[in-house]
Design a binder for this molecule. Sequence first.
Ligand code: FAD
Length: 481
Amino acid sequence: MIERPNSKAVDRKGRLALPATRLPIRDPEVRIRDFGEACEPWDLEAARAEAERCIQCPAAPCVRACPLGNDIPYALWLLEHRDIEAAASVFRSTNTMPEVCGRVCPQSELCEGACVYARQGRPPVAIGRLEAFVADRAPEPFPELTAPTGRRAAVVGAGPAGLTVAEKLAVRGHAVTVYDAWPAPGGILRYGIPTFKMSHRLVDERAARLETLGVRFVPSTRVGRDVTVEQLFDDGCEAVFLGIGAGVQRDAQIEGVDLPGVYQATPFLVGANVERVLRPDALRPGVSVGRRAAVVGGGDTAMDCVRTALRLGAEEVTCWYRRTEREMPGNERDRDLARQEGARFEWLVQPTRLLPGPDGRVTAMECVRMRLGEPDSSGRRRPVKVAGTAFRVEVDTVILALGYLPDGDTVHGIPGLEVDDRALIETDPRSGATSREGLYAGGDAVLGPALVVTAVQHGMRAAEAMHRQLTAGAVTADCSS
Ligand SMILES: Cc1cc2nc3c(=O)[nH]c(=O)nc-3n(C[C@H](O)[C@H](O)[C@H](O)COP(=O)(O)OP(=O)(O)OC[C@H]3O[C@@H](n4cnc5c(N)ncnc54)[C@H](O)[C@@H]3O)c2cc1C
């Protein structure tokens, strides 16, 4: 394997003068006609040229900005020297799903935001695209399996946190069963993130790999309703991981949300992006948008809805947000892509009522203009209604993307599990251990709506602790730190 560079031998000045490589991306006019990935694959020479821009900073701010601590400079060095397998294995040593994170991480807020070029106001090294490039190109070797330990673990929730735990435990010889409420594994990777951001083939491949490792999936099963955590322990599981996400949609407190033509974000995204056979019965019929679609809310989910509505054929898609772009959460890159695709934005507007037409379907949205007041508990300036500014817009479809909350019903039903006042599970940050012995948690169920990469990070951490418990003895939680 090619060794790390001697930092003194790297011509930093020369590298800093190299131009950024053009990111291959499909034309917006073309890409909105299908649900394929917007980004095109690099070719090897373009990827190498981009990797060569990395100046191999000894301080590696990109590594420190990555929740997984991926050894980015070394991986890029290996890529530059054409050792794609080794580059992929560097990413895989700290991340169970680099092919996913490379595509969906908000790199501008993480590794690329910390890159020395970004700090000079220049395009950062395209770390995410390079991570996806090497992970796509280098077949993932089948790991060396440990002999079966005879110990059993259960994972509740097949999102990135749960899948990470399942993989890490299965490789170490433990018998793992994964329960999920949806009909197929992936969590939000499948039942949220659309295929134009990340092909669901990647989720299928990951799930197939886990099955080959011996992981058993139990789909369409809600823990707390169809089976309890107590039953999992009684059935012989010695460690259980809760990776149940934070998937309860925040209610829109406005009249008319039940009208036909009004969708909540998740059913809308699932109806448009997930194969019919993998949808639950209630979402089998699919979705339609008409000519004018209004997406209410901000963040990644709102952008995914906007871009999905454009692909479903809506001619006018507008995102209505009650603050300004500066306060809008979510990935700036996706907002730019949405703009290129024709999305419009209306800032400082709040819908107050949805109105039906003669056929009973939604036909108009009443709104009021807002201004920004004092900061609220989130630190963002609170939107305040401006009197006398009510107005009405005609719509054919309204999609509500108002954010997600943790599932209080599930967690409150688990005896001995400590949760905070938002129903987020309290864990020991070093191990993911909860207040109840043998029970671990991670991902959005602990953090609230967060990121794929933080879910993977929590999964890696909990798998380590669960493995230690399964092979050595009990782990005691300290949720206070
Ligand atoms: C539309 C959308 C777009 C997003 N885009 C991005 C993005 O571009 N980049 C990014 O980094 N992050 C993005 N996120 C956030 C990211 O997807 C989540 O932070 C991440 O998936 C959390 O992983 P998790 O494993 O904790 O939970 P999830 O992915 O939510 O998975 C939880 C799983 O648990 C299951 N479950 C819940 N309760 C039970 C129960 N009682 N019994 C059995 N199963 C249960 C659910 O069915 C689900 O499959 C997006 C989120 C949404 C909603």
